[in-house]
Design a protein. Structure first.
Lengths: 368, 368
DNA sequence: TTGTAAGCGTTATCAA
DNA sequence: TTGATAACGCTTACAA
């Protein structure tokens, strides 16, 4: 299998070693359609057509081309094809962080639709940084992606970098964190209902003064959860006190601090957190003060991170349907690409959420 | 700014709407170096050189080219450049799952090195499926990536798909789940020491019969942790009973079942789990039996997933230095690419791990 | 320092 | 049904 002369001592591991061979070997010449054509005495165009499944090619040559391609180990060069076609089959996907439960599941769902359709994903993270989001979009554009599926970094206000894409007719589908300033479909969670259900549930459980820890209200996601929160309070004729809502309290640490204040200054007896990490911070603050989660202070989170049902007491939280969002976003994008023109459809697709009731919101174990 | 005639009612939102304009507008012609050249009355080659920072171009034209490029909104076409150069600046990254704490942090670290160096990442998940790993590798090859950084799916035994890459001189850096069957550097955790430290710690804490839940022992990662486990037992002259080790018990569910057996049939008083999710399953089994974690049955995990310090009792676990692994893998790859030849260097780079002692392994709160 | 020209591997438009 | 040819946008010897 390997030529004898190469089976000598490897300079690195000092053994007779196939890697010694591998290294000396000339880099394998890459097989192109021209090689196939020459081997078969036909032209590259025919090979190309055969490989592409074009109907204008005889069944026999089609078979011969396929066989030869396999025999030579032909790998199509998508780079060349993309250049020629002016389109790649790469889809850009941009999220704030890939390691958030929600985002990673959206990505998986998107892959499930896009891979079978022949697309592959170029995944970027903005790490919640405006600058990195801009850079990442540029990377995607330079790579001439066929489309973009994205969720914005938190403090975005200028979206011109994305308009660059849409104005070049590269369709953009936004999900979760979206803005109307960018044309194209938006797939979002029913954050309003999520917030509403969460707070209504707290009220029903008997809590009277409900605080709210959330991210920046300039983000649609937090804005909507906040509206749900207010709506539930209002519906129950409860006081809506603006000082009971803390923005920028979405990480564990920031939430810890704000929860301390909420407990100290405002004597709340329940906290609705716009994220599960924040809920963890809130629980810490509660325990720090010698109070009991649930019995003394109710807590509800948002996202159903994997730890929500592991911690004790179990965290009541709002589950988002990441899978559904990913599927819809991917399908939207495929449709846009196939219609390859009007990218400005301003549809908003709202995916239902679900309240998962666990113990953290159950006063004295009461199941209301 | 927008031509008046386009500012009419949008067919979709029925409003006067800039998206109505956006949609009617012809897709912006893409600016190429030829456009810049024509505008400046020079040749494309000069433009190319100027843009590439080539020294053989006068400072003045360089400046003019740069300015004109910015003015016209030029976006280099990497696809064309890659085709011409026969190399892309895309690096393929393949992991079993992007939402594992460890992998997502490795990815971030890799990005931190690669992005500033002008590379971007094509991220794929194998979802622990052999077939998907093969497909993904093919995608990377078809995209002519400049190199691959990867961690294998669990049940891999045939690595010929990856040898396809190395034989085409595409360097492959393996990390975490690695095999000697693939040439190239390997960056791994010190899993042996991790297992050893974990079990030694359990022994010191006073536990006498220590079981082990792990993944397939054909995977280097689990094999090494297992060796550490045995070494620690042996060192303490404790019985090593093969039936106390369960393979294929690495998810929460599978671990739950195996832990039940371990407690029932084998009366262990501690469980070393090769993963934190398994540890959660073990804890469930313990509680199910009316026993107390730590006081009755000690538990140690592996990976320090984000929930490890949130749950109660806190999970003693082995922290892996994902950041360091990512950095080293990325640097290795850059080096290989620049040397663009000998990809067969068989180095193994072992990154230290750290035991994080929390309450789950503390008998009666004793701090030994 | 700049221009000329060829070529990377495809696909698409003709014409045969 | 197949072949000839040009083109996608860029880089790079080589020549000037």
């Amino acid at each position: 299998m390997y030529e004898k002369r190469w089976l000598k001592n490897c300079v690195f591991c000092a053994n007779v070693c196939i890697f010694a061979f591998e290294s000396y070997k000339q880099p394998m010449k890459r097989i192109t359609i021209i090689d196939i054509a020459e081997a078969l005495n036909i032209t590259p165009s025919t090979v190309s057509r055969a490989l592409a499944g074009n109907l204008r090619v005889s069944e026999s040559t089609r078979r011969r081309v396929m066989d030869k391609a396999r025999e030579l180990g032909y790998q199509p060069n998508i780079v060349a094809a993309s250049l020629r076609k002016g389109k790649s089959d790469t889809i850009g996907m941009m999220v704030p962080r890939i390691n958030r439960h929600f985002f990673s599941h959206v990505i998986s769902a998107v892959e499930e639709v896009l891979n079978p359709a022949g697309y592959n994903l170029l995944i970027c993270q903005s790490h919640e940084r405006v600058l990195r989001e801009e850079q990442a979009i540029n990377v995607l554009l330079k790579n001439r992606v066929a489309g973009i599926i994205m969720s914005h970094a938190m403090e975005m206000s200028d979206f011109s970098h994305i308009l660059k894409a849409t104005s070049e007719n590269i369709p953009v589908v936004q999900f979760d964190r979206v803005t109307k300033q960018v044309p194209g479909p938006r797939i979002i969670n029913d954050n309003f209902s999520g917030g509403y259900m969460a707070v209504k549930h707290l009220i029903r459980s008997g809590y009277k003064r409900i605080g709210h820890l959330t991210g920046s209200l300039s983000v649609n996601v937090y804005q909507d959860r906040f509206r749900g929160y207010k709506y539930a309070l209002d519906e129950a004729s409860m006081l809506i006190d603006a000082t009971h809502t803390y923005q920028g309290a979405i990480t564990r640490d920031t939430a810890l601090n704000c929860a301390r204040e909420l407990l100290e200054k405002h004597q709340v007896d329940a906290i609705f957190c716009a994220g599960d990490y924040a809920a963890i911070g809130a629980m810490e603050a509660i325990r720090e003060k010698g109070l009991k989660v649930a019995d003394d202070i109710g807590v509800v989170g948002f996202a159903n991170e994997p730890f929500a049902d592991i911690i004790s007491p179990g965290l009541t939280t709002v589950e988002q349907n990441a899978y559904e969002i990913g599927i819809r976003a991917a399908n939207s994008l495929i449709q846009l690409i196939s219609r390859s023109g009007y990218t400005a459809i301003q549809t908003e697709d709202v995916v239902p959420v679900r309240l998962l009731v666990r113990d953290s919101s159950m006063k004295n174990g009461s199941n209301v």
